[in-house]
Ligand binder design. Structure first.
Ligand SMILES: NC(=O)c1ccc[n+]([C@@H]2O[C@H](COP(=O)([O-])OP(=O)(O)OC[C@H]3O[C@@H](n4cnc5c(N)ncnc54)[C@H](O)[C@@H]3O)[C@@H](O)[C@H]2O)c1
Length: 373
């Protein structure tokens, strides 16, 4: 369902005429920018309720996919090292600009650090002034899960009731929660090479309305599942799913293969699946399809959401959402968070933009501050 009202919500704070713009810029507190810390993000999610949060976030992501043509699109700017990657993910819809800083370091958990962390910014296109700073470690997990659920709504079998999750780390519970909130998916099969991760996932999801089975192999987790989510982390060409494990008609939500040299699926699974991607120039570098020639046919998710290309067309079709995470999804998540701040006071104001009385007298402002010290 399209939500046209998003355009007038505070994620897009662009005044319609010059006078309104000047009024906004004359605000005495123009230097202050809302900041959502990790603590406040948790308060925000809990105040809205995680199911509602994920549902509304999924709606916002879906809405922005229908506006795909408006966005500046570029494959993310990645800085690789032997242990991980640090990336910048920018986009703009012409009114609001956004970017995310995010890392991926699969070995981090061995040092008690997270694999993925992030933060993000929104800014006005007309002045370049920032309008939001936010943590995006939690928000990335929420937006990745919400995007997976949006894709599955268009691609998974109609009567899907069971999902296997292979890889039970930081993303896993968010995936489960989003599939429950958006698709009503309650039967879960969990598997991780580290049994402690599966125990943690099952413990966290206990009492939240799931029927959970902890499995001792990926094969047993996948058997009979209608949807298979892979969310493992390893900096290599891994083979989490092999062709014998994938029966006809299932939907694969491949989340963990998101970097050059880091994949989760055997190539033959790709060859027998209909593949759906976010932004082909980025996915061909980072996704499962890095294993295939650049000419291999894929469908862009936005085309399915906008109704110009079919999603699932038969019960026997194997569909694959080759998720890598695209900048518009972070933009949608930041705009959604911004839109909540009027109703929920969970943010601080940061003095982030220098605001001299005379815009050309930045140095004078510094000089005068010496006197005040
Ligand atoms: N597509 C996206 O938009 C997106 C967004 C965020 C994270 N990710 C990726 O998702 C993956 C998971 O992220 P996370 O934050 O949950 O990482 P994490 O390190 O917290 O969890 C990964 C889990 O995978 C398990 N694992 C590793 N190899 C396995 C194997 N062969 N079989 C079964 N389990 C295995 C590990 O034991 C661990 O519990 C990462 O690769 C990350 O880069 C993708």
């Amino acid at each position: 369902m399209l939500k046209a009202h998003f355009l007038s919500q505070p994620g897009n704070l662009i005044p319609v005429n010059r006078e309104e713009l000047m009024d906004t810029l004359r605000r005495p507190d123009i230097n202050l920018v809302p900041f959502v810390s990790v603590e406040n993000m948790m308060k925000l999610v809990n105040s809205v309720g995680i199911d509602q949060f994920l549902k509304q976030l999924a709606e916002r992501i879906e809405f922005d996919f229908t506006r795909w043509q408006l966005f500046d699109k570029v494959a993310r700017v990645a800085s690789h090292s032997s242990v991980g990657v640090i990336e910048l993910m920018p986009t703009s819809d012409g009114e609001t600009y956004g970017f995310k800083y995010v890392n991926g370091h699969p070995g981090n958990t061995r040092a008690d650090l997270q694999t993925v962390t992030g933060f993000g910014v929104l800014a006005r296109v007309d002045t370049g002034y920032p309008t939001l700073f936010s943590e995006m470690t939690l928000l990335t997990a929420l937006r990745t899960a919400a995007t997976s659920a949006v894709a599955a709504r268009h691609l998974a079998p109609q009567d899907a009731s069971t999902m296997a999750i292979i890889g039970n780390g930081a993303q896993s519970e968010f995936q489960a929660m989003a599939f429950k909130a958006v698709l009503g998916m309650k039967q879960l099969r969990l598997y991780d090479i580290d049994g402690a991760a599966t125990e943690k996932c099952a413990r966290n999801l206990a009492g939240l309305g799931f029927d959970i089975e902890c499995c001792t192999s990926a094969e047993s987790a996948v058997e009979g599942a209608h949807i298979v989510t892979t969310a493992t982390a390893d900096k290599q060409y891994a083979t989490i799913l092999t062709p014998n494990m994938v029966g006809a008609g299932i939907h694969i939500n491949a989340v963990g293969g998101d970097c050059p040299g880091k994949t989760e699926l055997h190539k033959d699974i790709l060859l027998r699946s209909d593949i759906f991607v976010e932004y082909p120039p980025q996915t061909r570098i980072e996704g499962e399809i890095q294993q295939l020639p650049d000419t291999h046919e894929v469908t862009e998710l936005w085309e399915v959401i906008a109704g110009s290309k079919p999603g699932r067309t038969s019960t026997l079709q194997t569909t694959l959402f080759d998720s890598v995470g695209f900048a518009t999804e972070d933009f949608s998540a930041l705009c959604f968070v911004h839109s909540l701040l009027e109703q929920y006071p969970h943010h601080e104001m940061l003095d982030m933009v220098a605001d001299p009385d005379d815009p050309r007298d930045l140095f004078g402002m510094l000089l005068r501050s010496q006197v005040a010290v």
